[in-house]
Design a protein around this ligand. Sequence first.
Ligand code: GDP
Ligand code: IMO
Ligand code: MG
Length: 426
Amino acid sequence: MPKKLVILGAQWGDEGKGKIVDLLSENFDVSVRYQGGSNAGHTVVINGVKYVMHLLPTGILHPHNIGVIAQGMVVDLKALKEEIEDIEAKGNKILHKLYISDRAHVVMPYHKLLDKLFEKKNGVGTTLRGIGPSYMFKFMRKGIRVADLFDQKVFEKKVEENIEFVKNIAEKVFGEKFEIDTRYIEEEVVKPFEFLKDRIIDTAKFLRENSKSVIFEGAQGTLLDIDMGTYPFVTSSNSSALGLANGTGLSPKYFKDACIYGVAKAYLTRVGGGPFPTEIHGEEAEKLREKGGEYGATTGRPRRVGWLDLVALKHAVEVNALDGIILTKLDVLDGYPEIKVCVAYEYEGKIYKDFPASLEVLENCKPVYETLPGWSGSTKGLTDISKLPANARKYLEFIENYIGVPIVMLSTGPQRHEYVFLREII
Ligand code: GDP
Ligand code: IMO
Ligand code: MG
């Protein structure tokens, strides 16, 4: 294993990052989340007990692993407190080995309210966790950082200014009455802060001075990246490898010897609005959704489903300079007589092999498919590579040939032990 390992989403999120990070983080001393917030839902199943990680890095579930919430995240302090309490109630003590960045921004209750109002107009299909508005305040230079909570006067002044601003938007732009009781802020932000206070440090300094092994866990996925994804149907952070430096506060030099692997599903899903060239509908979609259990880990929303899109996956390989792919949910494709794979897009008579920036093209293109034979044997829970059905192996080879990097690991079920390495992770 490398000393610095990055695991991030190579599609539109929910690729199975949680399961993979849980497995790999056993080999690391420190695990870091560096962007996004409680919009993420990373599922882990350990000895039949299910955990859904929203703000905490998944690795913290290992007793020896130190967790870091770095400065690029937007943190809902109440949600974080509850997440910690839920895990501790399952007998796993973690608060004492968590560090939270003093530079991270705080998701305020009025950010969630704005998320709801903006959704009425934009229809991005956000998770309504206040993520977009929190980043908006950050870039407007009006955000509240964790460090501000140490000084009551500074905090109250900023909140007062923010409330005035939000009131104006709510009432003048959306015609909605807006009132917020400051006792609410006390419950949602100040009290959770008191609970977490001792865990707040300069996490960038901690990481710089720490020569231990570190695993970085991306949230969302490359196609939801604010710059490289299907803008504006994206999240509000750099969820590709582009977010590593600013998200952690570490120089790009720090990452020069890091390995970066992308997690991808053997098919494709997305939650919320936006283009999805290989989306399938009707009964066929229903079948895949049920078989894959494709319902949001954070919101419970049914996920849109479709065939694997190699144009989009190759984009993720290139954007992140991936060392390889970790392919999940291969077992869900068991029993399909045929499997389609998208190898190009066609739009107005032109063939696209590079993922286009234009939303117009992405929304109206026709996927060009190759149809591969399925396999009759089961890959569910497979741990012995020699038992992989021949056509499943051909499917993997087809993907590798197209994207130009190896598939290093396969996940064949939601549980910790359901995986097989195809190559060493180095
Ligand atoms: P994340 O956001 O990328 O961590 O992914 P989610 O946890 O939102 O969604 C992935 C879902 O697939 C979860 O319910 C996992 O338990 C499940 N899962 C992960 N890997 C596999 C796999 O290889 N096979 C199957 N059948 N389920 C998997
Ligand atoms: P994990 O880490 C899948 C999607 C939302 C919406 C868009 C913007 O579990 O893979 P936001 O609330 O971030 O402003 O919503 O991004 N989205 C996700 N989709 N998995 C996620 O996280 C997601 N986080 C946000 O559905 O389309
Ligand atoms: Mg998820």
